[in-house]
Design a protein around this ligand. Structure first.
Ligand code: ASP
Length: 356
């Protein structure tokens, strides 16, 4: 049947309209950066379980993003579901796998950076693990939530949007891995979880924030310390983390040695001091070739060789213990695990990893 001239024009117009619509989304996507969101679990992806009355992992990566209005106008998003566990169950071996996974994603030239959604309980260590081991220098932002998806006002969606904004921001260059919640941007090295229930829980104490996110803009306040990088070892050595206390008889240090620890981090008191019994246990550990790093229970300033009596920081350093500077105990443990796997030169080389 011969088509009328009009129907021919109409079908041509319809084709062009359809073709332009197909191109339009491609043009929009081409203008937006592409950010990968790697989900690992945590409160941000949890919901209240009526049977236990507690939050349990229940939200998929896809659902997470659907709860974030405006995300599609900020970036093209790719979701990679790595795990869905409470971060109290995370292990250094899982962080090693996560580091490999994130590096693999960052190797794609299309990817601007990565947002990792993670539980807040061990986020500070996990972020530091990746800050130390990632090969790529592209932005990686750890984000989580203190209120779960069933809460009256969950904080996860805004934290995810801010993390994506930070990854896309030119202001955020050169920060390495950060922990960004409640608009505040912290370096992975210096950040601590400081409040077990409040949305304003992560801060870096006297080191200050790297920046702040307001009205979809990144405000740059500071630069981080020079970034240390260590290769991922094939296996992570066993490193104990112990906190000393009044009346400590040193038995836990000795037991860690006898249980095969290759390193021990001791959170001392004050500027990095321990009592005479623990000092004797440190001598025992060092005599068995076990590396000992001294940090402190104290929040600010860190460990210094100020005291020369038995158990003082100066004496501990003299007998071969390593002073951990201003690293927290958990962070020093992560660094010691990775350094032990590299330090072929023994204690002298090991010490270099802690003097930055
Ligand atoms: N227990 C949770 C977790 O670390 C806490 C949180 O994510 O806020 O996975």
């Amino acid at each position: 049947m011969k088509q009328s001239k009009f129907s021919g024009v109409l079908s041509c117009f319809a084709f062009c309209l359809l073709a332009s619509l197909m191109v339009l989304p491609a043009v929009c996507c081409a203008e937006l950066p592409t950010v990968a969101i790697v989900t690992t679990g945590g409160t941000i992806a949890e919901k209240l379980d009526p049977t236990t009355g507690g939050a349990v992992p229940a939200v998929s990566g896809k659902d997470l993003l659907e709860a974030v209005p405006g995300l599609s106008k900020t970036a093209n998003i790719r979701v990679v579901e790595f795990s869905n566990i409470d971060s109290s169950q995370m292990t250094p071996e899982m962080w090693a796998k996560l580091s490999e996974t994130v590096d693999g994603i960052l190797a794609d030239p299309v990817i601007k950076g990565v947002v990792v959604t993670h539980g807040t309980d061990t986020m500070a260590e996990g972020a530091y693990f990746l800050d130390l081991t990632l090969k790529s220098d592209k932005p990686v932002v750890f984000v989580g939530a203190m209120r779960d998806a069933s809460d009256l006002s969950p904080d996860g969606p805004a934290n995810i949007l801010n993390a994506v904004i930070q990854v896309c921001s030119e202001e955020a260059k050169g920060w390495g891995v950060t922990v960004t919640l409640n608009q505040y941007i912290n370096s992975a090295r210096d950040v601590r979880k400081t409040n077990s229930t409040n949305v304003q829980t992560f801060d870096s104490g006297e080191k200050g924030y790297l920046g702040y996110i307001v009205m979809n803009k990144v405000m740059r306040y500071n630069d981080p310390r020079p970034r240390q990088k260590l290769p991922l070892p094939s296996a992570l050595p066993k490193v104990a983390l112990l906190t000393t206390f009044a009346g400590d008889d040193g038995v836990f240090v000795r037991n860690a040695v006898d249980q095969g620890a290759r390193g021990i981090v001791i959170e001392g008191v004050g500027a990095g001091n321990v009592n005479a019994q623990v000092y004797g246990a440190v001598e025992y550990a060092l005599g068995k070739g076990v590396a000992v790093v001294i940090t402190t229970r104290v929040y600010h300033s860190g460990v210094w060789p100020m005291y020369g009596d038995q158990g003082g920081g100066a004496m501990l350093e003299k007998i071969g213990a390593i002073l951990g500077g201003d690293l927290t105990g958990p962070k020093a443990r992560i660094l010691l695990m990775l350094a032990l796997a590299q330090a072929k030169g023994g204690p002298a080389e090991l010490k270099n990893y802690f003097t930055r």
